[in-house]
Structure formats: C-alpha cells, structure tokens
Design a protein around this ligand. Structure first.
Ligand code: SF4
Ligand code: MG
Length: 314
C-alpha cells in the first residue's frame, strides 16, 4: 500500500546526497490467495525492487505491506523471521544463487540454520520430499551445483523455496536465464506445485509473452509506477495504456494469419534520477497531448478490476 523505495544519489568526495532515484514510487496492489500476479516492465522499471521491498529484503522508504492482518514494515527481526517461512523466493540466476562448494543436500538444509525449530530427522525428510516434488531424486542431493543443467538448477532453487511449505513465492525472473525449451518445463512445474501446495505467486518478468501465459493478473510498471493493472485477459485483449499496448504488440503471435500492427517504442527508458514531468511516459508516447507534460495521471479503475494511469481515460 503506497509503497515507496527511494535510493539516494551521492556525489563527490564527501558523498553528498544530491537527489534520489525513485525506484518504486507509490505502488499499491493486492495479492489474492492462490493467484499468480505478474509484474512486468522493461529492466530498471522497479519491478524487482517492488518485490524485494514487499518481502522486506529491502526496507521501504515508506508504505505498508499487509499480510494476515499485520503490517510487515512494523515488524522486528524475529517476527519477520517467522513470516519468511511463509513467503519464499526464487531467483533469476539459479547458478549464482547456489553455493558451488556445497552439495545440493547441504544447500537445501541451509535455510534451517536460521529457522531452527525442526528436528534433524524432520529436516532430512523435508529435503528428500522437496527433491522428489521438483522431479529430482535423493541421489541428486549428494551432487554439486555444477553437475546440473540450468533447468535442473532452477528446480533446485524451487526445491529450496518449498522447504518450509510456504504460502507465497516471489519469483524474480525465474526462467529468463533458461533456454526457451526449458522455460516451459520449469513453468509447468511451478504450475503443478501451485496446485499441489496451494501457492500464491508474485511473478516478475520483463518478457510479456511468458507473463501472458502464466499469470492470472498483470501489473505493468514504468519508471517505478504501476501504469496498468488488470486480469490477464483484459491486458492481452484490451490493453488501455499506450505503454502496455506497445509491449503487447511486441509479443509474437503463433498464428501467421493474424496480422498485428506493431508499435515501435522509440527512445530509451528515461533517466530515473531525472524523470520526465507529468506522465513519465510522455516522451515516448504516440498519443501524448498537452496535459500529459504537466499533470501526472493517477491509477484509476476504468472497468471492474481494470486500472490504468493515463489521461486518455476517465
Ligand atoms: Fe500517453 Fe498522455 Fe497517457 Fe501518458 S497520460 S500514456 S503521455 S496519453
Ligand atoms: Mg530485475
């Protein structure tokens, strides 16, 4: 709720603070039980930072994060530790997140060091069980990360996230580093696990074609702000925000008969330290008009559950 994460920009010998980067700038959304909520946008739009601040891996500058009636931002270390069993994370690069000197079993036992309430027997059983549910075997537990393919390593990353039977998994670009053929396998596994363990996913990706298939609701971010939020169907069939339209038009269509007008986004993402006035998308927007340069559009509900921040609507 109204989540903000600003990073100070320092300059010179004395490292004086000369400004800030508004990586996350007043973002609000709800994660519904059992859904897959996707956050999309170009790199640097603040989607990972949003996820990290929600999880309190980064302290937010301001805002609230409500989970089961409690505000995570007000919790102390011990309270958060308990919550972390419920909310786990899958990383983009399964290799760099696995310690190369540790066997898979050791890696999977590691989270218990901080959460020490489980007996040794229960720990071992849990490790065997998560290896099995992600499609690996007990014997795999004695091997080292380099002995596995990229897809298998991501399975290990998923196994590690499952060890406490979490309710929510925050997946930050979980398949971006994988070959396309392997991406589908990992996404299918994630979907099966979601059903089996009643998981809720917060899924982050820059690739809208992945999000479009995998997510039930989608939030589109641009320069630290949500510009559109709606059910997957609405975002794919009836995108409203000019930025979403451009992203959607770039998603390949499997049917060669379908001709689609591709909108080319001109210009780079602006410098977040010095964002454009008014609507921050205006220098790249083909529908820009006078008001866009002066006033910032707020996120408004245009149809039931369909939110958009653009002066063309409402
Ligand atoms: Fe384009 Fe204006 Fe809408 Fe921004 S507010 S997306 S500049 S039409
Ligand atoms: Mg990122």
């Amino acid at each position: 709720k109204n989540l903000k994460k600003y990073f100070p920009v320092k300059k010179g010998f004395f490292q004086r603070i000369v400004g800030d980067v508004k990586a996350v700038d007043d973002v609000s959304f709800t994660l519904q039980d059992g859904e897959t909520f996707g956050l999309v946008g170009e790199s640097g739009c603040g989607k990972s930072t949003t996820g990290r601040t929600v999880l309190q891996l980064l302290p937010p500058t301001s805002g609230e994060v409500w989970y089961q009636g409690k505000d995570l931002t007000k919790m102390n270390f011990n309270q958060l530790r308990r919550i972390r069993e419920d909310i786990q994370m899958i990383f983009q690069d399964p290799y760099s997140s696995l310690n190369p000197r540790m066997t898979i079993r050791k890696i999977l036992l590691e989270p218990f060091v901080i959460h020490h309430k489980y007996s040794k027997k229960e720990r071992e059983e849990r490790v065997d069980r998560v290896l099995e549910v992600v499609g690996l075997t007990r014997a795999h537990g004695d091997r080292y990360p380099h002995e596995f393919s990229g897809g298998q390593r991501q399975r290990i990353g998923i196994a590690r996230a499952l060890i406490f039977q979490p309710k929510i998994i925050f997946a930050d670009e979980p398949v971006s580093a994988l070959d396309v053929s392997v991406q589908a396998q990992v996404l299918n596994l994630m979907r099966d696990l979601q059903e089996e363990f009643k998981l809720t996913y917060l899924f982050i990706a820059h690739d809208l074609s992945v999000v479009k298939h995998f997510c039930t609701r989608i939030g589109v971010m641009y320069l630290g702000r949500l510009v559109e939020l709606a059910a997957k169907r609405a975002i794919s069939d009836l995108p409203l925000h000019p930025y979403t339209k451009a992203l959607m038009s770039a998603v390949p269509v499997p049917d060669p008969e379908v001709k689609r007008h591709r909108i080319i986004l001109t210009g780079d993402v602006p410098n977040p330290q010095n964002p454009p006035s008014g609507c921050s998308f205006h220098p790249r927007c083909q529908s820009c008009f006078d008001r866009c340069k002066e006033a910032r559009p707020e996120l408004k509900e245009i149809a039931s559950g369909h939110y958009v921040a653009c002066h063309l609507y409402g």
